[in-house]
Ligand binder design. Structure first.
Ligand code: AMP
Length: 556
């Protein structure tokens, strides 16, 4: 008899019915003056009591500004302590924190703010080449829902009702603690509290909407997998705007008393390595590219990361050899791989510390507690046999309620039985362990950032010389994948230079989406029914640009 590719994690009583705000209150009651959050680049160290008080102060400030339950509050900033304080504050007033990618250009910001009707944005001043104040100014006239901008730091934006973060906190002092307690008493753990943009399996960015219940429980589940206690110190170089940072990073710590440590505004290999050493880090999170950069840094040989015990590699296919090096050379003997997606809060599978090294390096693990998994045929929807390839589906408390105000997209992703169709192709073995073997969705992942070719294609179509464009991922040893574009030109149009097209994209798209490889072609490989065959372009690209070595990398 064939065994079907279905597995269920252990059903246990670990599911909690607490809000994000209450989880922090409980943490403060249990671990008071122990260190909760370290933001190295800001020189900030907060105890659980400090963090709890800071979140209360900001929450009362939000109440003073009339922020209601369900209102959308944007946060546009690289990693900082205020990001996390706002995460807890907005959850305490029951508003919905909208994570805006720090690399967005104005057109992407405009789309995101309008998509979910943001009322207020908290923004950093600048980051790398991004002048946030200038970009907010450029778009705000076209965002009818946006009433106010709150600026982190000392420089205000120029709207009549705009404030500084310090003004928000000062306003909070005028609101009695009772008012906040009353608001918190009205909240339900199934209320949405967070929106993160993702394109799901198709089309334009959609707002994946997550509840207290989704993220608190997933954070706690991962903390359980990694065996966190108050002795753990978790280095979080992954961005807070993603569930990897704010979810299993921040909330994994809040539910167990481990310390959140931010090594910098954004990932830098040497700053992260120094943080591991200086802060006695026991657990490290990262996408594969981050681990490659750390191992490649010349400083790595000089530093001893012996305090590392565990951690998570996730977010993109994880090379087997890389995992082995993280275990051997970084000394993270209990390192795990996790797999998931924003829509599932995010983690659905993980390897376990008790698994043999081979299983931990060569698979993405098996279902978390209280999560079900199956692999289905993309053609029939039937569950395939173990060992057979199909689309991975997951089910349980992890699944988001839906995409923000987009029922059709929600129904396309989550079926009537509650299964999230991930768009990832997987093979499950007899013990329920999975390998990710491909994607059924038109997406690529460059250094952990998801990229949807269609978004880039739509931008390039606007260029006057471009008649046709196909964007796809090609293998890359360090980034996992790089973006390639094939372009066909309009009759009589002069061939633009690659640099011209790059600049055209850079003005309209976050830097990580700008294609690295370009080719001008007369036409594209098509099936007889006229469907473009990106896999053929990828094969040709491997030859054109000599990418064979990267093609042979084995992943979990
Ligand atoms: P995101 O919504 O940004 O979390 O991206 C989710 C996508 O990242 C998944 O649908 C997968 O394609 C990919 N992904 C996440 N974790 C892994 C992993 N461990 N191995 C392979 N792909 C992964």
């Amino acid at each position: 008899m064939t065994t079907l590719a279905y597995t269920a994690g252990p059903v246990d009583d670990s599911i909690m019915n607490v809000t994000v705000g209450a989880a922090l209150r409980q943490a403060a009651a249990k671990w008071g003056d122990a260190e909760a959050l370290v933001s190295r680049h800001q020189n900030i160290r907060l105890s659980w009591n400090d963090l709890d008080a800071a979140a209360d102060e900001a929450a009362r400030g939000l109440l003073a500004l009339g922020v209601g339950r369900g209102d959308r509050i944007g946060i546009w900033s690289p990693t900082c302590a205020e990001w996390t304080i706002l995460q807890f504050a907005s959850a305490r007033v029951g508003s919905i924190l909208v994570n805006v990618n720090p690399a967005y250009r104005p057109s992407e910001l405009l789309y995101a703010l309008n998509k979910v009707g943001v009322r207020m944005v908290v923004t950093a001043r600048q980051f790398k080449t991004s002048d946030y104040h200038a970009m907010v100014k450029e778009v705000r006239g076209d965002v009818p829902s946006l009433e106010r901008v709150v600026a982190l730091g000392v420089e205000k934006t120029d709207g009549p009702d705009d404030l500084l973060w310090s003004d928000l906190l000062a306003l909070g002092a005028t609101v009695p603690a009772d008012a906040l307690a009353q608001r918190e008493a009205q909240l339900d753990t199934y209320d949405p509290i967070n929106i993160q943009f993702t394109s799901g399996t198709t089309g334009n960015p959609k707002g994946a909407t997550l509840t207290h219940h989704n993220v608190v429980n997933n954070g706690a589940a991962i903390a359980g997998v990694l065996g966190y206690t108050t002795a753990d110190r978790v280095c979080i170089p992954v961005p807070l705007y993603h569930c990897f940072g704010m979810g299993i990073g921040n909330l994994g710590c809040v539910t167990t008393g481990a310390t959140m440590v931010y090594p910098g505004e954004s990932f830098e290999p040497v700053a992260t390595l120094n943080t591991i050493v200086d802060e006695g880090i026991t657990s490290i999170y990262g996408v594969p590219t981050m681990f490659i950069s750390m191992l490649e840094a010349p400083e790595f040989a000089l530093l001893d990361t012996k305090t590392l015990r565990t951690g998570i590699m996730a977010g993109a296919p994880c090379p087997v050899e890389l995992m082995k090096r993280v275990v051997d050379e970084m000394h993270a003997s209990e390192m795990t791989i996790a797999y998931g997606m924003t829509e599932t809060s995010p983690v659905s599978t993980a390897t376990r510390r008790s698994d043999g090294l081979d299983v931990r390096c060569t698979t993405v693990g098996t279902a978390l507690p209280n999560v079900e998994l199956k692999v289905v045929s993309p053609d029939t929807g039937e569950t395939v046999a173990v060992g057979e390839k199909g689309e991975l589906c997951s089910k349980g408390y992890i699944v988001m309620p839906g995409y923000w105000e987009d029922d059709a997209a929600t129904r396309a992703a989550i079926d009537a039985d509650g299964w999230m169709h991930t768009g990832d192709l997987a093979v499950m073995d007899d013990n329920g362990y999975c390998n990710i073997v491909g994607r059924a969705k038109d997406m690529l992942i460059r250094g952990g950032e998801n990229i949807y070719p269609r978004e880039i294609e739509e931008v390039l179509f606007q260029h006057p010389a471009v008649a046709g464009v196909q964007v796809f991922g090609v293998p890359d040893a360090k980034m996992g994948e790089e973006v390639a574009a094939w372009i066909s030109l309009r009759e009589g149009a002069a061939e633009p230079s690659e640099d011209e097209l790059r600049t055209f994209c850079r003005e309209r798209l976050a830097h990580f989406k700008v294609p690295r490889y370009w080719k001008f072609v007369a036409d594209f490989p098509m099936t007889v029914t006229g469907k473009v065959q990106k896999f053929k372009m990828r094969e040709a690209a491997v030859e054109d640009w000599n990418l064979q070595d990267a093609t042979n990398i084995v992943t979990a």
